[in-house]
Design a protein around this ligand. Structure first.
Ligand code: SD4
Length: 347
């Protein structure tokens, strides 16, 4: 666990009252989780099959009295710390210059949000995003400033480039062929060994949404972005309304896949807006994916984008461009399953 010392911005934040009320325990969640007064529907959803152990960690945090923000943070910290996951946190594939850079956002349904982009030398980007939310007057820090903020807050300096990821990068340098591969994220969860979702040109993300029995919600999204991306490239993941959006009384959505396609359509804000206007989470995810396809035509051929949404009642929606997007669902009893999302195209 990362030491959380008070940095110089801590004083500003407490003066401003930033993040007040975010750490109240989720009693309603605990009630639902123990079965009394349980509401139907999902409690936690996350992208890809490696979301399953992350959901379990989030559920455990909720059971032990954590807030929704505590839950989504604890959940996505699992793949962030996994060196075998080449697309999130430690062990992530670097940019084309050999630097591992991380993007993350965390958000609740009251408009509290924190994000970091192009963060370096820090394992838990989501915790730095949370610190931005709770200890600064800002919503988004990037690059050198984000990394300096992480050091100021006491997050340890860690070299994120593992020997395996460095070898993949050096191999890639020989050809410098850049083409994202669809669905390289999914893979081996449940096959008896840790998930290794990364292909050599992998890009992926964990996006997670959690709710309590009263329908309050929070979400988190964290990634190392596209493997071998241009230095300075930011994807959809850390951007509110693209990688993640949560709205009180409506629900939330998160995205994965080729971030540029989600960013140009502000995909998750669109999904949540459709839900606000009465669409089911499933219909809203389908509408957003179809919109990308209609807008972009041949430009998205062979590219993957996936949307995952949950409303305040725990109804889920998931839809993608190409077959292969999977997601993990945890119910109020703590049972987790992995599902396949329907797709717009056959292949
Ligand atoms: C990005 N959307 O940086 C992220 C990558 C991702 O599954 O989600 N891949 O573009």
């Amino acid at each position: 666990m990362i030491e959380d010392r008070r940095g110089f911005l801590g004083g500003i934040a407490s003066l401003a009252g930033v993040g007040a009320g975010l750490v109240a325990p989720v009693r309603a969640f605990a009630k639902a989780a123990t079965g009394s007064g349980a509401t139907p529907g999902a409690m936690i959803v996350s992208t890809w099959d490696f979301g399953a152990p992350a959901n379990d960690a989030a559920f455990a945090r909720g059971r032990s009295g954590g807030s929704l923000i505590d839950m989504v943070e604890a959940g996505v910290m699992v793949p962030e710390a996994d060196p075998n996951n080449h697309s999130v946190g430690y062990g992530g594939y670097p940019d084309r210059d050999g630097h591992v850079t991380l993007d993350a956002v965390i958000m609740d349904d009251a408009g509290n949000v924190g994000a970091v982009g192009a963060l370096e030398d820090t394992v838990h980007a989501i915790s730095v995003a949370r610190a931005v939310m709770e200890h600064t007057p800002h919503t988004f820090l990037v690059g050198e400033g984000a990394t300096r903020f992480a050091r100021d807050r006491g997050f340890p300096h860690v070299n994120l480039l593992t020997p395996e990821a460095e070898k993949a990068w050096r191999d890639w340098l020989k050809t410098q062929n850049y083409k994202p591969v669809a669905n390289s994220e999914t893979g081996t969860y449940g096959a008896g060994r840790p998930g290794t979702p990364g292909g050599a040109l992998d890009h992926d993300t964990i996006g997670m949404l959690a709710r309590d029995a009263s329908g309050r919600m929070a979400g988190a999204c964290t990634t190392s972005g596209m493997a071998f991306k241009m230095r300075g490239r930011l994807g959809d993941s850390p951007q509110v309304g693209s990688g993640l959006y949560v709205e009180r009384g409506v629900g939330g959505a998160t995205s994965t896949g080729l971030g540029e396609e989600v960013t140009r359509t502000v995909g998750t804000a669109r999904v949540v807006a459709s839900m606000r206007h009465g669409m089911s989470p499933q219909a809203a995810c389908e509408e957003a994916a179809k919109h990308i396809a209609a807008l972009r035509g041949d430009a998205i051929k062979g590219m993957q984008v996936g949307f995952l949404a949950m409303d305040t009642k725990g109804r889920i929606g998931a839809f993608c461009l190409l077959p292969g997007f999977t997601y993990a669902v945890t119910d109020a009893a703590g049972h987790t399953r992995v599902e396949k999302a329907p797709s717009l195209f056959k292949a």
